[in-house]
Design a protein around this ligand. Structure first.
Ligand code: AMP
Length: 283
């Protein structure tokens, strides 16, 4: 696996690969890799001629009180994991490479109904940080296929929209959430959880599963009422709930009645650790 720190070197490699007719698959990450990330790399490996992963802890997407400084950075372990999955190229830039002195461009959706809801409502500026870094990464890696996880579902919808609006000519694939055996969605932040945090954190997938089952099993029930019940359950079990919402999976607008596909999304805290999760429901 080639490890490159400079954007220009990645662009040279990609230009050669594209000229040789290879399909470029790209997996953007912030490192501290786990099976969720690796599932994306594996899918890219199956479908693409050149697989690029990136590791960059993007300061622009962290709020001032968030965990930027203590975000885990086990770089050597990450390299070994990527190597094992036969990643061709790892782009691991420093902050100065991504945002050199004088960098002043931001990429942001104007559709506030996508960016200022759910996670965006409690993490102001977060998605602007995401779209800015991802746009820059797309310009550097020039992929035809991008592999992202459905765990960050709102992020996936927003990045797809940005890529379409700006005409990057790529497909954003949102792959299923990879979970631990106990049901908790894998996350780099799970390593912050104490044993008792982790026990409380399990209420997140359990409540989402409970709500999805009730919606499916009780066709006559009011989904708003079921949502309120689920919210109360989650509030009783964890330390803070940011939201628990039933939405349309395409638009992320509130779903007030049953429709063929729904998504339940939630974010909450166990101890100091913020967790997100979601379940798609097909009726
Ligand atoms: P991150 O390193 O947290 O920025 O995540 C990088 C990519 O991995 C994003 O597209 C995430 O949605 C995806 N990802 C993170 N956790 C999981 C998971 N448990 N299952 C599937 N994809 C995931």
């Amino acid at each position: 696996m080639k490890i490159l720190r400079k954007a220009s070197e990645v662009q040279e490699t990609v230009t050669r690969a594209r000229a040789a007719g290879l399909t470029i698959g790209f997996v953007p990450t912030m490192g501290a890799l786990h099976e969720g990330h690796l599932s994306l790399v594996r899918q890219a490996r199956r479908e693409c001629g050149l697989v690029i992963a990136s590791i960059f802890v993007n300061p622009l997407q962290f709020g001032p009180a968030e965990d930027l400084d203590r975000y885990p950075r086990p770089f050597e372990e990450d390299c070994a994991l990527l190597e094992k999955e036969k990643t061709d190229l790892l782009f691991a830039p420093g902050v100065d490479e991504m945002y050199p002195a004088g960098f002043s461009t931001r990429v942001a959706l104007q559709d506030r109904e996508l960016t200022d809801i759910l996670c965006g409502a409690v993490r102001p500026g977060h998605f602007e940080g995401v779209t800015t870094v991802v746009a820059r990464l797309f310009c550097i890696t020039m992929p035809q296929r991008v592999y992202m996880g459905a765990k960050d579902y709102q992020q996936g919808v927003i990045v797809r929209r940005m890529a379409r609006d700006l005409g990057f000519g790529l497909e954003v694939k949102l792959l299923p959430i990879v979970r631990d055996r106990d049901g908790l969605a894998l996350s780099s932040r799970n390593r912050y959880l104490s044993e008792s945090d982790r026990r409380r954190a399990l209420a997140l997938p359990e409540t989402l599963g409970w709500l999805a089952d009730r919606i499916k099993a009780e066709p006559a029930a009011d989904i708003g009422k079921l949502r309120e019940e689920a919210l109360k359950k989650l509030q009783a079990a964890v330390d803070r709930v940011d939201y628990l919402e039933i939405r349309d999976p395409e638009t992320l607008r509130p779903a007030v009645r049953r429709q063929p596909a729904l998504i339940v999304l939630a974010a909450c805290f166990a101890g100091q650790t913020r967790l997100i999760d979601n379940v798609i429901i097909s009726l």
